[in-house]
Write a protein that binds this ligand. Structure first.
Ligand code: PDD
Length: 279
């Protein structure tokens, strides 16, 4: 199947970007990851809203209107075939004729790239076992609400977790647990589902918002509030959510069992609600 680059659909091997592209030189761009279930792009408008916010925050003009994006992305999904897939898209500030930190002149157009990849939702037994996570100091910048392609801290944090034998890093800044290296964070404490409020310290997750919507519509109490590291460590349940990993229970934190070491009852209900809603 083909990928999309600057107005064209072409084979991956033919999709080339100049070495002076500012995404390559500076990490000067933003991205989205959107799941597609059964050929249907899931929560597409929320992802395109967030893309618009990221582009505005870094002052890159949006290269497509909403219908334009939908046409491009749906074409990729249609060509990917019948299975579930995830669509990756990125927009960089484009390729200038020299390397300079300041923005290029307006005739330099953004580089727009998108591709669809097969998405294998976590197998049942993996979901039932849960994931392991490690608490790490958040070494990222002060605008984590922007979905920037500049992911070096996230890469190093995720790899440090993998090196320690864990699946994900949970990031703590100023004593507060914020999110994973590529996922949003929830805890269940005293029967109430909690997640940190939106702000510059974390990405406004699309799956996060869906989980809150599902909690609301099923009458499950929830709250957006700060989560202290100490509360994380004694939570009854910990979940991580993302467009590619759905709702995953964390059953070990820094090598210690979360609750009884198995995915909890509130997670079980939420995972069912999520499955029903994506079907
Ligand atoms: N990451 N927080 C961070 C730092 C993320 O990178 C992501 C997603 C999320 C979850 O957001 P959403 O529910 O909208 O996917 C939270 C994507 C999947 C990635 O980088 O591959």
């Amino acid at each position: 199947s083909r990928v999309y680059l600057n107005g064209q659909f072409l084979p991956l091997a033919e999709a080339c970007v100049p070495v002076l592209d500012r995404g390559f030189l500076f990490g000067d761009g933003v991205y989205e990851v959107i799941p597609a279930y059964g050929g249907h792009l899931f929560r597409l408008d929320a992802h395109l809203d967030r893309l618009g916010a990221s582009l505005a925050a870094v002052r890159i003009g949006n290269p497509h209107d909403r219908e334009g994006w939908k046409r491009v992305l749906q074409t990729l999904v249609d060509e990917a075939g019948p299975g579930d897939c995830s669509v990756y898209l990125q927009v960089t500030r484009g390729a200038d004729v020299k390397r300079d930190h300041g923005f290029p002149p307006p005739e330099v157009r953004p580089t727009v790239f998108a591709m669809a990849s097969p998405l294998h939702p976590p197998p049942r037994e993996r979901l039932e076992r849960g994931a392991s996570a490690r608490v790490m100091a958040d070494i990222r910048w002060a605008r984590c609400d922007i979905k920037a392609i500049t992911l070096l801290p996230n890469v190093l944090l995720r790899q440090a977790a993998l090196d320690a034998g864990d699946d994900e890093a949970i990031l703590v800044r100023d004593g507060l647990a914020l999110e994973g290296s590529a996922s949003s964070l929830f805890i269940v404490a005293d029967g109430i589902l909690a997640t940190p409020p939106k702000g510059p310290a974390l990405l406004p997750g699309v799956t996060r918002d869906l989980v809150l919507e599902l909690a609301q519509s099923h009458g499950r109490p929830w709250v957006e509030r700060d989560i202290a590291e100490a509360e994380l460590r004694c939570a009854d349940e910990i979940w991580l959510t993302s467009s590619t990993r759905e709702v995953t229970a964390v059953t070990r934190l820094d090598g210690v069992a979360v609750g009884d070491g198995r995915p909890g009852p509130v997670w079980r209900r939420m995972a069912d609600w999520y499955r029903a809603c994506k079907a």
